[in-house]
Design a protein around this ligand. Structure first.
Ligand code: ZN
Length: 427
């Protein structure tokens, strides 16, 4: 079954081919004579480029498992956190935490702080490696988690956004990735247990944060070589597998694949997750959050919101949503679109507005609270929180703003088929 998502690897970025259907005979691929294609099919396929159709085909393949494997439900049990999170999401709109990076900045940590005792003689600069603080300044990370729980967050994200071998290569710290993720989960779990102890009966959750990587599978970093990739599918799967295995082993309640700007990277993370669920015979809630990077309403790798959802729906996500980028107000049409089509929970955790000229964020706690309350009252969301620039006061305002507003009900739009390329094809 290792061929599942792997068939998608490396193809999406190939030059676009002609708009025709193809038929495979043995090892040779030949074009099907037009007379053998039903006119209706030609009409539909002509609306889409070839690589859209190829990805659509891959998404169909992903829904099927080889016959020699036992049914997923019999082989893999749900984690206990599944039922607890379902209960929370059924009862009310859940609250996620806010930004980690901008909170770390407020501590004005020096190079020596980032190094700690353990890395004091390390030959490369380490300042700016926020994930490393889980090991060298765990009290800071734990305190930030604690502040978010105190502000009213139900779920905090581990400080592990870049804790993969690919992310840590910038700091020459690939060898400690497993340890980093273990430490990140430990910081968050300590804060969660402390918050639960402070308020008897309260349930606090930890989601393992899985970032998008600084190398992409769909796009070339070299404008003169559009076919070039800085990384391969197998390298990305391997990097995600090490991180996610460590997050699961350390005891996260859910996995959050977030700030997705390249769907193929996200599919590599999902592929790694599915393999690990089989390896460990346990399934955790998977939360997926995409980033819409400009006002055209597309991801950086070019997909519309619905096409993105169709691409990842096979993972049976616990939730899907949008974070970061544009800030809340500009997200509304895309959150509306997701809320219309998704048969799982919807999440929204925007930045505190667009970055200003100084790289700061201008939206106040009340601004963010007002926007997310509008979304809640329109029945669009099941979990809200903040991304870049948000702080514990923002989360407090957001938690207050959505209190008492009923959560969105999952969409029940009947669809026979949902395919995707850069555009959706939903039947
Ligand atoms: Zn962000």
């Amino acid at each position: 079954m290792r061929y599942r998502s792997a068939t998608v690897a490396g193809f999406h970025g190939f030059p676009r081919l002609c708009k025709v259907s193809k038929r495979t005979t043995g090892r040779r691929t030949v074009l099907k004579p037009p007379g053998q294609i039903k006119p209706e099919f030609i009409k539909r396929i002509n609306a889409y480029e070839y690589d859209d159709m190829f990805l659509a085909f891959c998404d169909i393949c992903l829904r099927f498992r080889p016959l020699n494997l036992p049914p997923m439900s019999a082989a893999i049990k749900e984690s206990p956190s599944f039922a607890a999170l379902r209960e929370l999401f059924a009862k009310r709109i859940a609250v996620l935490d806010g930004a980690m990076g901008s909170m770390v900045q407020t501590y004005n940590l020096s190079e020596a702080d980032f190094r700690g005792e353990r890395f004091k003689d390390f030959p490369h600069d380490l300042k700016g490696n926020n994930d490393l603080l889980c090991i060298t300044k765990p009290e800071v990370i734990e305190e930030i988690h604690r502040l978010y729980f105190e502000a009213g967050a139900d779920i905090v994200e581990t400080n592990s956004f870049s804790a993969t071998t690919i992310g840590m290569a910038d700091y020459h710290l690939e060898s400690i990735v497993t340890e980093l993720n273990h430490a990140a989960v430990a910081c968050a779990l300590r804060a969660a247990r402390a918050a639960e102890a402070a308020t008897p009966g309260r349930k606090c959750f930890v989601a393992g944060a899985i970032g998008p990587l600084n190398r992409t599978l769909s796009m070339s970093p070299d404008v003169n070589r559009p076919d070039f990739r800085a990384v391969t599918w197998n390298q990305v799967v391997e990097a995600y597998t090490e991180q996610i295995r460590a997050l699961i082993d350390a005891g996260v309640d859910a996995l959050l694949v977030e700030t997705i700007f390249d769907t193929l990277n996200a599919k590599a993370a999902i592929f790694a997750i599915e393999n690990l669920f089989e390896e460990k015979a346990v399934r955790l809630p998977v939360m997926i959050s995409v980033t819409i990077t400009d006002a055209s309403g597309r991801t950086l790798s070019g997909q519309t919101t619905e096409a993105f959802y169709n691409s990842i729906r096979h993972a049976k996500p616990f939730s899907v949503g949008i974070n970061c980028a544009l800030g809340g107000r500009a997200m509304r049409p895309y959150i509306e679109e997701l809320a219309r089509i998704a048969d799982c929970h919807i999440t929204c955790y925007p930045n505190a507005g667009l970055p200003n000229a100084f790289g700061g964020y201008d939206e106040t706690p009340d601004d963010m609270g007002a926007v997310l309350r509008e979304f809640a009252e329109a029945g669009l969301v099941n979990m809200v929180g903040g991304c870049c620039g948000s702080t514990p006061p923002h989360i407090k305002a957001i938690a207050n703003a959505v209190r008492g507003v009923p959560p969105r009900k999952p969409s029940t739009i009947p669809t026979a088929l949902r395919l995707s390329g850069l555009e959706p094809l939903t039947a």
